[in-house]
Design a protein around this ligand. Structure first.
Ligand SMILES: C[S@@+](CC[C@H](N)C(=O)[O-])C[C@H]1O[C@@H](n2cnc3c(N)ncnc32)[C@H](O)[C@@H]1O
Length: 283
């Protein structure tokens, strides 16, 4: 049985579906955002709304608007922004943070200043959490958070969150590094001085420097295979000897497939080492 074309027999609906397919292909080509995003209907609906807006603005059909996306920076940025999933939390996946505090930091020379990177940091919670864990261990450090979203980086730099945002943070970290003011959670200045943020599209360039700890969590799943795997390899190449890259648990198999070498930090946590780096001290 042949499958009916998307959009059914209605030519206008078929043209709209084709426009959405073209837009998603362009987003993948330019930004590496996976076309797997196309599966849910809400994604297609969002893209079509933006194409309709561009079509009305330019007096063309949505299909022509999609064909012009290569030159339409405003529309393509709107689409990428609409597809962004920025979900994040302080102290997300506690077992990883506990492993860093109990197994990773004690293995790094005590006088070594630690450089941390949160690659795909969204609104900053992951980068600040890393800062809190390093500061409470008494380490000298700097943390850089990068994301391709300008509004996310602006929010990260502002460092003000809802009061509920601290719910998952261990109380000792929340009390030491956050302050409740006017019903909102403010990250303390001491931490803001050593945690910085930059807008950066990882598909085009990754931050350079010998990092001891890189978080690359819940980003790879949104990136198409060749682009996302290349980002992971480039990030791993920026690890210091002895440094480790932490993905989300669900992303670990893909990193193995991309050629990165896993190391078992403990029974529950897998991280990845840099190419040719045997000095992590983990099997
Ligand atoms: C779901 S959030 C993950 C936030 C955090 N890493 C965590 O695990 O809680 C994914 C973030 O990755 C960012 N992102 C996606 N593609 C990116 C790219 N090519 N370069 C930089 N950031 C990207 C998105 O803007 C979004 O803020």
């Amino acid at each position: 049985m042949t499958r009916p074309p998307r959009g059914g027999a209605d030519p206008a609906a078929r043209s709209a579906e084709r426009a959405v397919d073209l837009a998603l292909a362009e987003v993948e080509r330019r930004y590496g955002l996976g076309r797997s995003l196309a599966a849910p209907g809400w994604v297609r609906a969002r893209v079509l709304t933006i194409l309709n807006g561009a079509a009305v603005r330019d007096g063309v059909s949505p299909l022509v608007a999609a064909e012009r996306l290569q030159e339409d920076r405003q529309a393509i940025e709107e689409i990428v922004g609409a597809l962004r999933v920025g979900e994040t939390r302080f102290y997300r996946d506690p077992i990883t943070w506990e492993a860093i505090a109990s197994s990773i930091l004690p293995r790094l020379p005590p006088d070594l200043p630690i450089a941390g990177l949160s690659a795909g940091c969204s609104t900053g919670e992951e980068a600040y959490t890393l800062g809190m864990v390093l500061a409470s261990a008494g380490r000298r450090f700097s943390v850089l958070g990068v994301d391709r979203s300008v509004p996310a980086i602006e929010a990260a730099r502002e460092a003000v969150y809802s009061a509920e945002a601290a719910e998952q943070l261990p109380p000792a970290l929340a009390q030491r590094y956050c302050e409740l003011k006017g019903g909102a959670l403010h990250i303390c200045q001491e931490l803001r001085d050593v945690v910085s943020f930059e807008v950066c599209d990882l598909v085009h360039a990754v931050p350079t420097g010998g990092f001891q700890i890189i978080f690359f969590k819940n980003v790879l799943l949104y990136l198409a295979e060749p682009a996302g795997d290349a980002v992971a390899r480039r990030l791993a190449a920026e690890l210091d000897p002895g440094g480790l890259l932490f993905p989300a648990a669900s992303e670990a198999p893909r990193l193995c497939g991309a050629g990165l070498t896993p190391v078992r930090v403990n029974a529950q946590v897998i991280a990845f080492r840099g190419p040719g780096n045997e000095r992590t001290g983990f099997p």
